[in-house]
Design a protein around this ligand. Structure first.
Ligand code: SAM
Length: 228
């Protein structure tokens, strides 16, 4: 599981570093799409206390998370708001209408660990929805899986093992996206690409000089977008 553990660590760090610079530029809304057990709000990583945090997720996941936090006696921070959504049935822009999110003010969005399990059409539909409801200057970080034919054949054996495991767990990886095609698609939706980090770049930035061999899976890239 080491490549998966490293990928989870790397993607959160990439997103939270980009968020920290966005907050430094005055952004004060953080929308965590498909938040799952993301702990950013609990770690109070925003030193200014001005950042409003919106966790957007399936209501069943949110219920389970809130029950678990309650049973551990962990209080929810005042700046956190839960927004329930079923991506299969609802658009993000619609779901956000029921929250205090302001469309006229830029926001930072992260969408981690989810596009792998959605069809490319569903991923682009959500990016389209965000482009429609986010103010200019908003930013977005997401991770995605590339098609297996772009992977070094030496590394394929481990990846096929992960694919089989995901399928057995009922969450098959169906969302592989070709980087060049994705870049063209998001540009059409109005996004600028700030950065798209391939696995070797992630290793250089976050995992160099380690002695434990921890390194992310070669299948995933980290994409940072901005709406001009
Ligand atoms: C693998 S978790 C990712 C959690 C976290 N963002 C991370 O980086 O680890 C995927 C998340 O997508 C959410 N999700 C999956 N299908 C969904 C749907 N149809 N509607 C809303 N959320 C969904 C799940 O509830 C889960 O929280």
């Amino acid at each position: 599981m080491k490549p998966i553990v490293a990928q989870v660590l790397g993607r959160s760090r990439f997103a939270e570093e980009a968020l920290a610079s966005a907050v430094g530029r005055g952004i004060n809304q953080y929308v965590i799409v498909g938040a799952g057990l993301d702990s950013y709000a609990l770690r109070s990583a925003d030193p200014t206390g001005r950042l409003r945090i919106f966790e957007v997720d399936h209501p069943d996941t949110q219920r389970a998370k809130r029950q678990r936090l309650g049973s551990l006696g962990i209080a929810l921070p005042a700046q956190l708001e839960f927004v329930a959504i079923d991506f299969e049935l609802q658009e993000l822009s619609e779901a956000m209408k029921g929250s205090s999110h302001r469309r006229d003010t830029p926001a930072f969005y992260s969408w981690l660990g989810t596009t792998h399990y959605l069809t490319p059409q569903a991923t682009l539909a959500t990016l389209h929805s965000i482009a429609r409801c986010a103010a200019p200057g908003s930013e977005m970080v997401l991770d995605y899986s590339v098609p297996l034919d772009l992977i070094d054949p030496d590394k394929l054996r481990d990846l096929l093992w992960v694919e089989r495991l995901a399928r057995r767990m009922g969450e098959p990886i169906i969302g592989n996206l070709d980087p060049a095609r994705l870049h063209a698609d998001v540009a059409q939706l109005g996004y600028e690409i700030v950065e798209d980090l391939a696995a070797p770049d992630q290793v250089r930035r976050y995992f160099s000089n380690r002695t434990d061999g921890l390194a992310p899976t070669p299948a995933c890239r980290l994409l940072h977008l901005r709406l001009p």
